[in-house]
Design a protein around this ligand. Structure first.
Ligand code: ADP
Ligand code: ZN
Length: 300
């Protein structure tokens, strides 16, 4: 039988369990609502157990909303850590999901995982330095430098940097930690809070609100360019996917802001994810394949 990889994407509102192959094809996929760990994780474990009963999967990847512990050998490795999401703080998701499975595992943020999927099968093929940005319920950035997701005290949290504000705009933002960080200005809930409305799908493309959103994202891209030098920046997520005028706005603002200091690629610099809606769910499949590769190299 062909190699089967199991992947779990843990999201703030829903989790996606994917059984995939080495080409990034989806064999089976199920969605489970994210409620409380005691309900959501057993539902995901049951799906993994069912797949393992059919035929053992070769590797397991888990990509999660953060913040997460990524340092091997520390007590919080494999955990969701300081999240404000009720019930999920300090949850050992990796050990819970991998229990009973002998397959090699890999764990990372949802956006680092999606970035790795985009490199294998999507819009970042052949690149060792690039970023995957999602603008949805939050602003998440998976930053790949020298071929690897960045590591450190935490993981890439570029969505929470503070950037120069658009002239004349002093709205305080809605990030519970930082107020007007990029997420506090540009994520879906920020736009809703700013406008005082529950639905933002129908806001006209020429509304001023998009100028502030694009400006915050462009300034984040500027900062990222000056630190890690991504050769391409993929921007997806509900807000970016739903507002096709945003990416060209961000791109022209980035070019204006960088002002020729770094030569930016002409027409493949800021692009949508190549995998569309599957970038997130296929992320853990890419993680699983990386775990399998590392396992094989180790065994040789
Ligand atoms: P998540 O970030 O939870 O994975 P999504 O990437 O789907 O989820 O993003 C959800 C956010 O995107 C919500 O805040 C939603 O209001 C917003 N959104 C969805 N569709 C659109 C649209 N067409 N225009 C603007 N915002 C949208
Ligand atoms: Zn913040």
């Amino acid at each position: 039988m062909n190699v089967r990889i199991a992947g779990i994407e843990l999201g703030g509102t829903k989790c996606v369990a994917t059984l995939g192959d080495v080409e990034g094809r989806v064999i089976q996929q199920f969605t489970v609502p994210t409620t409380l760990p005691g309900t959501t994780l057993p539902a995901l474990s049951a799906i993994l157990a069912r797949w393992a009963d059919e035929a053992p999967f070769a590797a397991l990847g888990v990509g999660s909303f953060g913040p997460v512990g990524l340092t091997h050998g520390t007590p919080d490795f494999g955990h969701i850590t300081a999240t404000a999401k009720p019930g999920w703080r300090d949850t050992d998701v990796l050990r819970t999901l991998s229990a009973g499975h002998a397959a090699p595992c890999s764990f990372d943020t949802d956006v680092n995982a999606a970035a790795l999927a985009e490199r294998r099968w999507g819009a970042a093929q052949g690149l060792n330095d690039f970023a995957y940005v999602t603008v949805g319920t939050g602003v998440g950035v998976g930053l790949i430098v020298n071929g690897q997701p960045t590591r450190g005290l935490g993981h890439c949290e570029l969505g929470h940097i503070r950037v120069p504000r658009l002239a004349g705009d002093d709205w305080g933002g809605n990030c519970p930690y930082h107020g007007d960080c990029v997420e506090g200005l540009a994520a879906g809930p920020a736009i809703k809070a700013r406008l005082g409305r529950d639905h933002i799908h129908a806001i006209a493309a020429d509304s001023d609100v998009w100028i502030g959103v694009a400006h915050a994202l462009a300034q984040m891209c500027h900062a990222m360019l000056m630190t890690a030098g991504p050769r391409r920046i993929l921007i997806g997520g509900g807000v970016a996917n739903g507002q096709s005028h945003l990416l060209p706005m961000v791109e022209s603002m980035v070019r204006e802001s960088v002002a020729g200091y770094i030569p930016l690629p002409v027409d493949t610099f800021i692009v949508p994810p190549g995998l569309g809606d599957q970038a997130g769910p296929l992320g853990p499949i890419a993680l699983g394949l990386d775990a399998l590769d590392a396992h094989r190299i180790h065994a040789e």
